[in-house]
Write a protein that binds this ligand. Structure first.
Ligand SMILES: CC(=O)N[C@H]1[C@@H](O[C@@H]2[C@H](O)[C@H](O)[C@@H](O)[C@H](O)[C@H]2O)O[C@H](CO)[C@@H](O)[C@@H]1O
Ligand SMILES: [Zn+2]
Length: 304
């Protein structure tokens, strides 16, 4: 029986682009260091904006073909990150991008926001059964910034962990993406005088829909060696992230530090050894017994 690598990481994201923006360097780091990285994306992003003028007719309100196009963007992004195991929750197109909170698209019968929780979680449990990840990454209860598909991805992922625990196959550690307030405050300060200030009009970190007090952060993954891979993956999502995006201007000013370092809170599991004033882990697998309980010999998934 072929077995998967000892370290197996599962990520649950809402749309094509979230994996690169929020966890691209972490994914590239673990893929490059021999871990098995499984990405599950819950929708194909039909309701997204289109920042590529020649593709404008693909929009949901027109040809409604953006979702299919974004499947291709995501494949390119995964290649840039070195990730070969990617799935859409329930299969591509099973759940539709719900659009921003409060829009009519939230009520679409296939909108992920309308998904039956246990049915959606069941698709994820099946992947956990196959791959047996020791670590899972998803969003906090607010979906990091309040998008309905992000909130639903959190709910589905956490329900799947509950169901998987009954079968004894739940990940040993569950992390939520996060951004320390200290990093946000440094960003606000750094751009105060900039003509291209992505924080324009924001006077305080308290005005942002995200930000975590530093002591509540559990892990700081420094994958600065992968910052170029993350940027290439983001550029693959050209319909969503214009070349003029503030995400790139921050990278231009902070460089590898912004693009290559990603932060997480620990929602479930025991924090491993860490460093610094708050004992931040520098490895998501820190503290796991990979030679014992946390090592499952599993048949290789149908990996490409
Ligand atoms: C990063 C992320 O979650 N992107 C989502 C989000 O995109 C936002 C949306 O297009 C909004 O209209 C813009 O003002 C905002 O700047 C975008 O970040 O929501 C989309 C629709 O659900 C989704 O397709 C996209 O992946
Ligand atoms: Zn998203």
């Amino acid at each position: 029986m072929t077995t998967l690598p000892d370290r197996r990481l599962l990520l649950v994201h809402a749309h094509p682009d979230d994996e690169s923006i929020g966890t691209g360097s972490t994914m590239a780091h673990y893929a490059a260091t021999g871990a098995h990285v499984t990405l599950v994306t819950c929708t194909v992003g039909e309701e997204g904006e289109i920042h590529v003028p020649q593709l404008a007719e693909l929009a949901a309100a027109k040809a409604d073909q953006l979702g299919g196009y974004r499947i291709g963007e995501l494949a390119t992004a995964c290649a840039a990150l070195g990730v070969t195991d990617h799935r859409f929750l329930g299969g591509a197109g099973r759940y539709r991008d719900s659009g921003m909170m409060g829009l009519a698209s939230n009520e679409h019968p296939r909108a992920f926001w309308q998904a039956d929780l246990d049915e959606a979680a069941g698709y994820l449990v099946a992947i956990m059964q196959e791959v047996r990840p020791q670590v899972m990454i998803t969003y906090d209860a607010n979906g990091f910034y309040g998008h309905p598909d992000h909130i639903q991805a959190h709910r589905v992922a956490m329900r799947a962990v509950e169901l998987a625990a009954v079968e004894g196959i739940a990940p040993a550690k569950v992390y939520w993406t996060a951004m320390p307030r200290s990093v946000l405050e440094a960003g606000l300060d750094a751009f105060t005088e900039s003509s291209d200030n992505p924080f324009a009009g924001i006077d305080s970190v308290d005005d942002l829909p995200f930000g975590t007090p530093d002591p509540e952060i559990a892990a700081r993954i420094d994958a600065t060696e992968q910052h170029a891979a993350k940027e290439a993956a983001m550029r693959a999502h050209a319909t969503q992230i214009p070349a003029t995006s503030w995400l790139y201007s921050i990278a231009g000013n902070f460089g590898a530090e912004f693009m290559g370092v990603e932060y997480f809170t620990l929602a479930l599991g025991k924090k491993g050894p860490g460093r610094g004033p708050y004992g931040w882990e520098d490895d998501l697998f820190a503290g796991l017994d990979l030679d014992g309980r946390d090592r499952f010999p599993v048949a290789a998934a149908g990996l490409r």
